[in-house]
Design a binder for this molecule. Structure first.
Ligand code: FAD
Length: 384
């Protein structure tokens, strides 16, 4: 039975997964951005937009979205499928959703009309700027600040680790506005690339290349009409966005893990040794059993959380479980696949070697594993 036959899905989900899988196999399988990651990403966003997949990353039919609300199961199926074929394609898809999620969830009709159609078509690239040099896991330690003068907000400070930083057209930026202490005094603003006072302070290289940057705001003036949601509601907007996309990080991990399983299985079946093949040995079979079971357990947690959110329930605990288990589990599965490939597994450019680099950051961003553990542990203590 295919996973899309599980009761979490409806017929449109099944059709979506099948069609996207075929499209990705024909269009983006194993495209690498190692040489010019910016160009590769721009091209992938265009391709995903032209083919209509990005419609699922934004909400509201009149703004170019596939439906009135973002369907979490579709987002997760998209990320699992794309990640299995190509990590950069998954990244390009996910960032259009994460980068514009605050506008989809809390934007005014004018804000939605201005930015969402371009994000959905792939004409504009989106980014989500929350983290700072001294405020990562501890978001409430944020120092970037905005002050209001008349109908203008003036932004100052630095954001870092911002995906799509340097190539994005639209940045959703979270700033301290001081209505209340800590997390309650934060507001979200849209800053368009090219706004005076906004610059890319540094491009950041990571082990799995994708566009990433530190952003600097110096007396950067944006119209107050670019504030998303009410003043002081930015933390709520950020958490609402992450509530949708955190489960999808788990889905991407699942996609990377499934690709590692494909690769490991192919190697186990074909690698000749000791008069047979690698898969003949019980030690290999035990490893494959662990890999397959970990992936199925991760898939069940991912799609349970996605389904539950689509039914309108709170998923803070379920999304945290899915993210923690799927990212940690995929790391183990990928490591096992590298082992099955032997020396070839650590050779630069080999698929399992790429997966080994690609999975690592997923255990850190959108809430590190330890943060998910705390969310789950506190909820267990409170609710059993
Ligand atoms: C590739 C990549 C892409 C990213 N993209 C974006 C983006 O687009 N937008 C954005 O805003 N941010 C982005 N980030 C930032 C990311 O969200 C942060 O890196 C993450 O929140 C962790 O923050 P930090 O790096 O400051 O680590 P810290 O907050 O310094 O945490 C370090 C480690 O401490 C541990 N830890 C954290 N809390 C606890 C605790 N309570 N108890 C015990 N241990 C704990 C965890 O293991 C954690 O990894 C990205 C990061 C990476 C690596």
């Amino acid at each position: 039975m295919d996973r899309t036959d599980w009761p979490f899905f409806d017929a449109p989900h099944r059709a979506f997964a099948t069609e996207l899988d075929a499209w990705a196999a024909a269009n983006v399988r194993d495209v690498h951005g190692d040489h010019d990651v910016d160009a590769a990403c721009r091209q992938l966003v265009r391709q995903l937009g032209d083919a209509g997949w990005l419609k699922h990353a934004v909400a509201g039919r009149e703004y170019g979205g596939a439906g009135e609300a973002i369907d979490t199961r579709t987002i997760c199926l998209a990320r699992e499928t794309l990640a299995r074929h190509n990590g950069l394609a998954d990244f390009a898809f996910a960032m259009q959703g994460l980068g514009s999620g605050a506008i989809s969830l809390a934007g005014t009709p004018q804000q939605k009309a201005r930015w969402l159609p371009k994000v959905a078509s792939g004409e504009a690239i989106a980014a989500f700027a929350l983290s700072e040099p001294d405020a990562g896991s501890d978001v409430a330690a944020m120092q970037c600040a905005a002050r209001v003068e008349g109908d203008v907000a003036i932004l100052d400070g630095e954001k870092t680790w911002i995906s799509n930083g340097g190539i994005a057209d639209v940045y959703v930026v979270f700033m301290r506005t001081g209505e209340a202490p800590g997390a309650r005094g934060i507001s979200a603003f849209v800053v368009e690339a090219g706004t005076p006072g906004f610059e890319i302070a540094e491009r950041i290289d990571v082990i799995a290349p994708h566009p990433l940057a530190r952003l600097r705001f110096t007396n950067c003036r944006v119209p107050l009409g670019h504030r998303i949601g009410a003043a002081g509601e930015g933390f709520k907007v950020a958490m609402g966005t992450l509530d949708v996309f955190r489960t999808s990080v788990a889905a991407a991990a699942l996609g990377f893990g499934r690709r590692a399983m494909d690769e490991g299985l192919a190697r186990a079946r074909s690698r000749a040794m000791f008069g047979g093949v690698l898969g003949d040995f019980q030690l290999t079979q035990a490893k494959l059993a662990e890999m397959a079971t970990t992936l199925d357990a991760a898939a069940l947690l991912v799609y349970r959380a996605a389904w539950q959110r689509d039914q309108g329930h709170n998923v803070t605990r379920e999304a945290a479980m899915a993210k923690m288990f799927a990212t940690e589990g995929a790391q183990q599965v990928i490591d096992a696949a590298v082992q099955l490939w032997g020396g070839q597994g650590v050779r630069s450019g080999e698929t399992v070697e790429r997966l080994y680099r690609e999975i690592r950051a997923l255990r850190i961003y959108e809430g590190a594993t330890e943060v998910q553990q705390l969310i789950i542990g506190r909820d267990v203590l409170k609710n059993g």
